[in-house]
Design a protein around this ligand. Structure first.
Ligand code: SF4
Length: 400
C-alpha cells in the first residue's frame, strides 16, 4: 500500500482525476524529458467526455511550456477508463517522446513508459483485518502503526490540515457565480448566515453543511483544495476538520492523528477498490470520503479500534452503488450538495458505531464492504461513471 501522503494532496480543482492528475503528468513529462516546442495531449474515456467541463484542456495547456493541441478521442486501446497520451514533438512536428498516462483517482497517476516514484509501496499490509491482527500481536495502537511506516507524516498532515481550513475559510467568504454554463451561484456564505435562523441541533448541521459547500465551491472554481480522497469529494473531510478545529476547538495534534487514521482507511479503499469516479462511480469518491470522515470522527469521539473500523464500514456501506453523473461535466450538480450530505452521514456513522457496538456485534467488516464496493463499481454502467452520459447528466435539461 502506498504512503498516506500520496492520498492527501493539495491541488487545483475541480477534479483530481481531470485536473490534478494531468497537471502532475505534464510537470513530470517536462522534468524527465525536457521541453519540446510542440505538444499533443489526446484524451480518452471520462477525460475525453467530461474534460471540457472539468477544465482538463485548460490545465494541460497552462502546465506545458509551449503550444499544445488537445484532442478529445474515444478510440482508446488501453484497458482502463481514464487516460491520455502525452506527446512531445520537435519544431517540425516530428514525434520525440510519447507517454501513456492513466489517471487512477485522487490525482494519482500511472505511466506505462515510466515508473512513478510516489507510487512506491510503503505499507506491507493491504487489509484491515491483517492490520488489526498486527496491532494486537505487537500491542501497538493504530497511530503507532501508521507513524512507524511514515515517521514524517505528522508534519505533512499539519500542512494538509492548514490547507483544508484555508480552503473552507476562503469559500465561506466568497460570493458570485461558479464558472461554466450552469450559471450557479456560490451558496456557502449565505448558507452559513442561515444558521442563525434555526434551532440549535439543526443550526449545527446547517453550519457543517455550509463548510462542505465552501470547500466544494472552491473546488468548482478551480481553486486549491485537498484530495480526501479526491477533489470532487474534498468537501466532506475539509468540512469535518474545519468544524472540529473552529467550532469544537479540538487541538491540532489530535486533528492530525484523525487525518492519519482517516487516511489509512482511504488508502485501504484505494488499494483494494478505487477512489476514481470514472472507475467505480461516486461510491468511490463521496462514499470513500464519508468512510474516511466516519473513521476520523469515531477516533475523535474516543472510540476503540473496532468501533473506528465499524464507523468506516458504515460510512462506505450506505453509499454502495452511488453513481457519478455530473451535469454538463461540471463538478457541481450533484457533487456539491452530495458533499454536504456526506459530512453529516459520517458523523451519524460514528455515532451509530459507538452505540451499536455495545448492543450487537457487527457482521459486515470494512474489508468486506470495500470488496463489495469494488465489485459493485464494475457492475455500474459506463454511462454512470463520470462520462455525463446517464443519470442526472442526461435528465437535466434546464437551460440547455
Ligand atoms: S458525482 Fe461524485 S464522483 Fe462524480 S464528479 Fe461528482 S463528486 Fe465526483
Amino acid at each position: 500500500m502506498q504512503a498516506i501522503r500520496e492520498l492527501y494532496k493539495a491541488g487545483r480543482g475541480p477534479s483530481s482525476s481531470h485536473t490534478l492528475a494531468p497537471e502532475r503528468a505534464c510537470k513530470l513529462f517536462t522534468e524527465v524529458n525536457g521541453t519540446f516546442p510542440y505538444y499533443e495531449a489526446e484524451l480518452f474515456g471520462s477525460l475525453s467526455l467530461t474534460g471540457r467541463g472539468h477544465r482538463t484542456d485548460t490545465v494541460i495547456q497552462e502546465t506545458l511550456p509551449s503550444e499544445t493541441k488537445i484532442i478529445f478521442s474515444l478510440d482508446w486501446e488501453e484497458d482502463f477508463p481514464n487516460g491520455f497520451y502525452l506527446s512531445g514533438f520537435d519544431e517540425n512536428h516530428v514525434l520525440q517522446k510519447k507517454w501513456t498516462v492513466f489517471s487512477i483517482g485522487g490525482g494519482s497517476i500511472e505511466i506505462k513508459e515510466y515508473p512513478v516514484s510516489y507510487n512506491k509501496e510503503i505499507y506491507k499490509e493491504h487489509r484491515f483485518a491483517v492490520i488489526r491482527k498486527l496491532l494486537e500481536e505487537k500491542n501497538i495502537s493504530i497511530l503507532d502503526y501508521i507513524y512507524g511506516y511514515e515517521p514524517d507524516l505528522k508534519e505533512y498532515l499539519a500542512d494538509i490540515l492548514d490547507q483544508m481550513i484555508q480552503c473552507v475559510d476562503h469559500g465561506l467568504h466568497s460570493e458570485g457565480d461558479l464558472p461554466g454554463r450552469l450559471q450557479l451561484q456560490r451558496c456557502a456564505k449565505r448558507l452559513f448566515e442561515e444558521t442563525n435562523k434555526d434551532p440549535l441541533i439543526i443550526k449545527n448541521d446547517l453550519r457543517i453543511m455550509s463548510y462542505a459547500y465552501a470547500a466544494s465551491e472552491e473546488n468548482a472554481c478551480g481553486n486549491t483544495c485537498v484530495t480526501a480522497p479526491t477533489l470532487g469529494a474534498c468537501g466532506v473531510m475539509s468540512a469535518f476538520m474545519y468544524y472540529c478545529a473552529k467550532d469544537r476547538r479540538i487541538e491540532k495534534e489530535r486533528l492530525i492523528d484523525a487525518l492519519a487514521i482517516a487516511g489509512l482507511f482511504g488508502n485501504l479503499i484505494k488499494t483494494n477498490a478505487t477512489v476514481s469516479g470514472a472507475v467505480g462511480g461516486c461510491q468511490a469518491e463521496v462514499g470513500a470520503a464519508v468512510s474516511m470522515a466516519s473513521a476520523a470522527c469515531a477516533y475523535l469521539m474516543e472510540e476503540d479500534i473496532d468501533q473506528i473500523e465499524y464507523a468506516a464500514e458504515i460510512g462506505m456501506e450506505h453509499h454502495l452503488g452511488l453513481t457519478c453523473d455530473p451535469v454538463m461535466g461540471y463538478v457541481m450538480i450533484p457533487c456539491i450538495e452530495r458533499n454536504a450530505m456526506g459530512v453529516l452521514r459520517a458523523m451519524d456513522a460514528a455515532l451509530l458505531s459507538k452505540h451499536m457496538s455495545g448492543i450487537r456485534k457487527h457482521l459486515v467488516s470494512f474489508d468486506m464492504v470495500v470488496e463489495t464496493m469494488n465489485e459493485t463499481g464494475k457492475m455500474i454502467p459506463i454511462e454512470l461513471k463520470e462520462t455525463s452520459e446517464g443519470g442526472l447528466a442526461k435528465e437535466f435539461t434546464h437551460g440547455i
